[in-house]
Structure formats: C-alpha cells, structure tokens
Write a protein that binds this ligand. Structure first.
Ligand code: ARG
Length: 599
C-alpha cells in the first residue's frame, strides 16, 4: 500500500489535463501549504511560465478557469470525472493555484484505506534488496552507557522501518571483544581484585567488569600524570600475552567476555531489540590479516615504513592504516574481513553501519577501500552517524567520570515513571503499576534518543522526557490511550461495537470540521513519512510525525463530541478514532515503542 494521499493524485490529474504537462512532474511540484486557509494543495505556476511564456499569476488564473469549467461540466462517469469531483474550489493567489478538497472525500479515502488493511497501512511492496543494518557494537569488558543506547535505538528503528518498507533486513551486531581495552581490564582485575569475583552475583558481573575497566583507566592515567609509565606498560604486557595465546589469560578472557555479553543480552531483552547475526571482532581478526597480505600482493595496498597502508590521497582522503609495522591487526584490518563476510556470505545489497560521528573519516576510508577491493556493492555502504548523549547537569547523582551507564539512567527513569503512575492510579495492583512504568520508561528513553536529528548531540533531561504534555513518548502514548478509552466508554454507554470493518457503509459527511479534516490529512501523510525515513535513513522523522499527529488528534478530541454525538456522526468519529489508533500504534512500533490501553 503506497501513499494513499486523498486527492493529491486527483489534483495532479486535473492539472495535467488542464495544462498538458506530465502528471508525474506536477505531482512532484505540488506543495502542501502550511496554512490550511491556503488550501490543501498549492501548485506553483512559475514551473509553467517558461513553456507558456506568461507570468505565473496570469497562468494561475488561466488554469483556474479551465479546471473550474471542467469541474462543472463533468457529470458523466469517466476515468477522470472522479478527480474533479474531489475538488471543492480553487483559488488563484499570486503565482499559486490553490486547491481545496471536499472534506468528506478526505475522510472517506483515508479511513477506507486504513480499514482495508490496518496492519499494512503505510507499508511498501516487497523489494528484492537485502539490507544489513549493523548496530550496537559495544565493547566487552567496558560499561554499556547511554551513547550505546542511542545507537541501539537508532539501529533497531531503522531495521523496523526498512522491513515495513519491503526490504529483507538482517539485523547485525558486532561486538568488540578483543583489543587494548580487554588487556587493561584483565590487568586491573588480576592485580587488584582477584579474590572478589566469587562474591559478585552472576547477573552483576558484566557491570562489575565495566567498573574495573574504568578503574584501570583511572589508575593508569593518574600514574602517567606523575610521570610513572609502569602501570601502562604492565597493562600493555597483558594485552600482548593475551594476543600471543597465553593459556591462563585466554581462559580468563573467555570467561569474562561472557559476563559482558550476558549483560548486553539482558539490555537488548529489556529494550525488545532482536538481532539476526552476531559478529565478533575476535572472529574476523585472522581473516583480516590474510586479506591485507593478499591486497599487498595485488598492489592495492602498500608498505610504508613497515606498516601496510592504502593510499587514498587521490580521493581526497587520509592514508588508511591497515596493519602495524609489527604485523598486528588494527580496527581497520578486522573491518575488511567483516565486510567480505557481509557481502559474500550474506549477499547483501546495502550495508548500513550505525556508528558515532567521530568515526566519519574512518568510514569514508573504509568504504573507498572496499570499492578498490572490488566489492561492487561498496557504494551502497552507508555510515549512519550520530552525536553524543549527555545528561543535563545535576540531574543524575551516581556518575562515573563523565559516562552515564545505561543501567543508571534506566533506574532513574523507572523510579520517576513509577511515581507518576502511583499518583495517577493509586488503586492499581503492583504488577499493573510496574508494567506501565516499564513501558513508559523504555518509551521515554527511546523517544528521547530518536526524536532528535541523529547528527545532533542530545542533552537528555529525565523530567522532560517523561512530561505527559511535552514533545515526548508519553504525550503520544497518552493520545493513543485517550482514543482507546473513548472507544471503551462508547461501548459501555451506547452499547455499540464499531470496528474498522464498519467503514464500508459509513457516511463520512459528518466529518466536516477543520480539526477533523486536519487529522485526516495528517493520517494520510503516514506512508510518505515511512518511505522517507527508510530511504534517507532518518528514523527521527517518525517521532516528529507522531508528535504532529498527537497535536492534531488533541484538537479533534477537544473540539468534537463523540459519545454524545448523533448516531451517524458518532459512527464516523469512532472510525476516525480507530484509524488514528492504528497509525499511532504502528508509528510507535516502528520506533520500538509499545502502547498502553490505560495510563
Ligand atoms: N566497537 C566499535 C567501537 O566501540 C564500533 C564498531 C563499529 N563497526 C564497525 N564495523 N567498525 O568503537
């Protein structure tokens, strides 16, 4: 089901007939005026002034005359008759020709489209392409912080949006389980905390490891400040021994690695995020080195002061370092092997990497190198970058340096959401309260992470994120809940059960107020928003849309009586409510957010 936007195609058809221009061209030129007083669609006539050799204003009134007379003349049922009959009136304003669509038609076409296939409304036809979204690539032996949360939320929603748009999607994770950070953590664990491990409960071990890593960094840093390099060297030695296959350290690495992975899995579970494949840096390291050797032979890479590099200067990029002069692997080495695995084993057409914006240059170098290696699909690689996440000063008590852990944020948000629920529903059972608080908390965090342009930094404010009246998940979830509660109430008071099935024989002429028309129009924008979010990798378009929809919904809700309205009007309005519920639910689902029937 594509963009079933009421009347837009019809307006384009009418304009095509009146001007002799291509319908497609007109369709892309048609604008939606910000002010509804200026009509539902506006056609900028300067696009025609070159061909018609007249001023845009003259063209506007000329075309207006043509369309108005066609509109009057056509009574018999022809292919295009319907198009004109949708148009209530036209107005020429300066260089613009504005179109007003009959309200009843707007409501009828959008509600019927939703009723026809509620689950599919807004989705696109199945496509051949396979898209891999690689996201959440946390490093083991380190804490999972709120920057990682932004990554997961972005990646997960892109997976959902791409699937909804008809792509076959592979959700991939790529954990950093080897490297200097592991050596540092194990060094500190062995040296200062040996006897403690047994005392830590199993489910806390991952977090414990994250704290050990921070401590290691702190200790090394402090020693360096005093001019003492010995700690840094000790940690580096652990890394080296581990890389050389030291049996004892390898055993400890394997055991501790599991602790982190278990912690990450718990977080994904809590967030309702699923992966189809898990890659690990440790598994692509050897292969990466082999690839580098081969490319060296082929002349795609070269030696420079002992190291292996790719010279990308002629593409305006920095030299790309692939292997150190001592032959050890780097971050880039592993990415070559990972890409090969993605392209050849998974046969993907598009490869999206959700990674912080500080790696922008790195991914330009990587993608160029993949192209030079001969991967035809390398030009379909995309780095979905995102900015930092910070907490507003003074809002969080337990901090670790300047990183805020995911768990700390969740606990804080959950506590506040719990209080809000307690205030609103003291009569609810414990389980019900907890469930609601959990859904609201996850939603608040996700929406907060998603509603900003991904390139901009986020300053997260817990209170604001939970505000039922702000630009928040709670505001959108609450709109859905209100729609649900009216439907329940109507059932109780009027003993009517109206479902979307009833749209077939409903009379929509009652939906004639401005707020009803605006709500219908907003609903009809949903397919285009979904399409754009997927095509341009912009998940934030969805929360933005859902906030607008909530505002239009509120206006309708406040202006139009429903339960007390007369029977036919009531039916039409309930159907509009059901349509809005459908879109709210689907839109939130695409953000990874659950709805509540009561809150
Ligand atoms: N684990 C890495 C980090 O924390 C991110 C990995 C991104 N993905 C990739 N294919 N390089 O910085």
């Amino acid at each position: 089901m594509a963009g079933e936007s009421f009347g837009k195609e019809q307006v384009a058809k009418a304009l095509a007939l009146a001007t002799g221009k291509e319908e497609k061209e007109i369709l892309s030129a048609l604008e939606t005026p910000k002010d509804p007083k200026m009509g539902d669609y506006a056609f900028p006539c300067f696009t025609l002034s070159k061909d018609m050799k007249k001023s845009p204003a003259a063209i506007a009134s000329e075309v207006k005359k043509k369309i108005d007379s066609l509109n009057k003349k056509i009574i018999e049922k022809t292919e295009t008759a319907g198009s004109y009959l949708f148009i209530e009136k036209t107005e020429a304003v300066g260089p613009y020709l504005n179109f007003f669509i009959k309200k009843r038609h707007i409501a009828q076409s959008i509600i019927s489209a939703i009723a026809e296939a509620p689950e599919k409304f807004g989705s696109a036809r199945k496509k051949k392409e396979v898209v891999m979204v690689e996201f959440s690539q946390p490093n083991t032996h380190k804490a999972f912080h709120i920057g990682h949360l932004r990554n997961v939320v972005l990646g997960d929603s892109l997976v959902r949006i791409s699937k909804f748009n008809g792509y076959s999607v592979v959700a991939a994770n790529y954990m950093g389980d080897v490297g200097a950070h592991v050596g540092k953590c194990l060094w500190c664990l062995e040296k200062y905390h040996k006897g403690e491990i047994e005392k830590i409960p199993k489910e806390k071990k991952g977090e414990f490891l994250g704290e050990i890593y921070s401590e290691a960094s702190r200790r090394i840093e402090e020693a360096l400040e005093k001019g003492d390099k010995s700690l840094k060297e000790e940690a580096a030695l652990v890394s080296k021994k581990l890389e050389e296959g030291d049996a004892k350290l390898t055993k400890l690495w394997k055991e501790t690695r599991e602790w982190s992975i278990e912690e990450f899995m718990r977080i994904y579970d809590e967030l309702g995020v699923k992966f189809d494949v898990f890659f690990y840096e440790s598994e692509v390291e050897k292969k990466g080195k082999k690839i580098a050797e081969e490319l060296l032979k082929k002349g795609i890479m070269k030696r420079s002061e002992g190291a292996v590099i790719v010279d990308l200067k002629k593409y305006g990029l920095d030299v790309f370092l692939i292997l150190r002069s001592d032959g050890t692997a780097l971050y880039a080495t592993k990415d070559l092997a990972l890409a090969e695995e993605k392209f050849t084993k998974y046969k993907i057409d598009k490869s999206i990497y959700v990674v912080g914006s500080e790696q922008k240059m790195y991914f330009q170098q990587l993608f160029k190198t993949l192209e030079l290696m001969g991967f035809a699909k390398a030009k379909n690689c995309y780095h979905l970058a995102y900015g930092l996440v910070m907490l507003e000063e003074g809002k969080m008590s337990s901090r670790q340096g300047n990183v805020v852990k995911y768990r700390t944020l969740f606990d804080e948000v959950f506590k506040k959401a719990g209080k809000e629920i307690e205030k609103r529903h003291p009569d609810w059972g414990k389980k019900e309260k907890e469930e609601a608080a959990r859904k609201i908390s996850i939603a608040a965090m996700k929406f907060g992470m998603l509603s900003q342009d991904n390139n901009k930094p986020i300053i997260f404010n817990i209170e604001k994120a939970l505000d039922f009246e702000g630009d928040t998940a709670a505001y959108v979830q609450y709109a859905y809940t209100r729609a649900s509660s009216i439907i329940r109430k109507n059932y109780e008071e009027n003993k009517e059960k109206i479902t979307l099935e009833d749209a077939k024989d409903a009379d929509f002429s009652a939906l004639s107020s401005e707020s009803e028309k605006e709500l219908c129009k907003k609903l009809s924008d949903f397919p285009a928003v979904c399409e754009k979010a997927a095509a341009e990798y912009k998940p934030f378009l969805l929360p933005k849309y859902l906030l607008e929809l909530s505002k239009d919904f509120s206006a309708f809700y406040n202006e139009c009586p429903i339960i007390k309205a007369e029977k036919e009007t009531r039916k039409a309005r309930i159907l509009l409510l059901e349509s809005a519920r459908t879109v709210f639910k689907k839109g939130l689902e695409l953000c990874g957010i659950e709805v509540l029937e009561r809150m």
